[in-house]
Ligand binder design. Structure first.
Ligand code: ATR
Length: 264
């Protein structure tokens, strides 16, 4: 039986096993998918097991998406552009690092029929997921991407990597069409202190967080009469693309799948 994992720390919260095991069963694939918490000094050995094919592949989550890179033989273009790997495949004796978060975000936005083209996008945060958001957004041709992060150095580092982005101070709210919460604020019911006085209607509030289903950030957007969406579809579609890369099959994304991940 083939074996796949998601590695991270913490990992308890991960819903990837639920989703992948459902799809494996649905597609009659003789494999199992588990979560495993690793320490940084265990990463090299774990990846070696994929090289030896004791393990067939893995997903990588926080905080290891960059740390795994030196142990791989090559990277997909997207993984290179973001310096972020969330899926490891083994092909022709080679360990290949992929980034399916980009696909996940783009596909989620497309399936909502939201048009990024010529829109002003404000991203709150500059952590691990943000390079993937920027690469995905750039494919959809926004007029501007603005980053606001508590620690300005991290936003400035991002600008070295993606020189077309603009930066504003944390707490500043410039004019935007779509605002994305890419911080961890909201995971534990925190609020983001946003100056809402200049935020008009017809905005799109998007949160990368999907558990809880509706963060205070999304509650605020909704209360102001704006469109809101959480990160559930992005999560599902990054898993969809990893599944396709490993098994060569496109799994179903149905109401049942959406319900499978509901848990609050
Ligand atoms: P990492 O920064 O290690 O990649 P992450 O979970 O990917 O971790 O990112 C966390 C994001 O949430 C960061 O943008 C972080 O801001 P800092 O760069 O200033 O740390 C943001 N964040 C976390 N707690 C926050 C808080 N209390 N107020 C504002 N931003 C916060």
């Amino acid at each position: 039986m083939k074996k796949y994992f998601v590695i991270g720390n913490p990992i308890n919260h991960s819903l990837s096993p639920k989703l992948h095991n459902y799809w494996l069963k649905q597609n009659n694939i003789n494999a199992v998918y588990e979560k495993i918490k690793l320490e940084e000094d265990e990463i090299e050995n774990f990846i070696l097991k994929i090289k030896k094919q004791e393990i067939n592949g893995c997903n990588v989550t926080v905080p290891f998406k960059k740390i795994v890179i030196p142990y791989l033989d090559s990277l997909s273009l997207e993984a290179k552009q973001t310096k972020s790997v969330n899926t490891i495949c083994f092909n022709d004796g080679q360990l290949i690092g992929h980034n399916t978060d980009i696909f996940g975000f783009q596909k989620a936005i497309n399936s909502l029929n939201y048009k990024i083209q010529n829109k002003k996008i404000l991203i709150l945060g500059a952590g691990g997921v943000v390079p993937s958001l920027i690469v995905a957004l750039n494919k959809m041709e926004p007029s501007e991407i603005i980053i606001s992060n508590r620690t300005s150095k991290k936003a400035e580092d991002l600008k070295i990597q993606f020189n077309q982005i603009n930066i504003v101070s944390w707490g500043e709210v410039p004019d935007f069409d779509m605002i994305i919460n890419a911080t961890s604020l909201g995971l534990n019911n925190e609020t983001i202190d946003l100056n809402t006085s200049k935020i008009g209607k017809d905005k799109f509030f998007y949160d990368v967080i999907y558990n809880p289903k509706e963060t205070n950030f999304l509650k605020l957007g909704k209360k102001m009469g704006n469109q809101t969406e959480n990160g559930k579809l992005m999560f599902i579609y990054q898993a969809f693309e990893a599944f396709r890369l490993w098994h060569g099959v496109e799994p179903s994304v149905s109401e049942k799948i959406l319900k499978l991940l509901d848990h609050d």
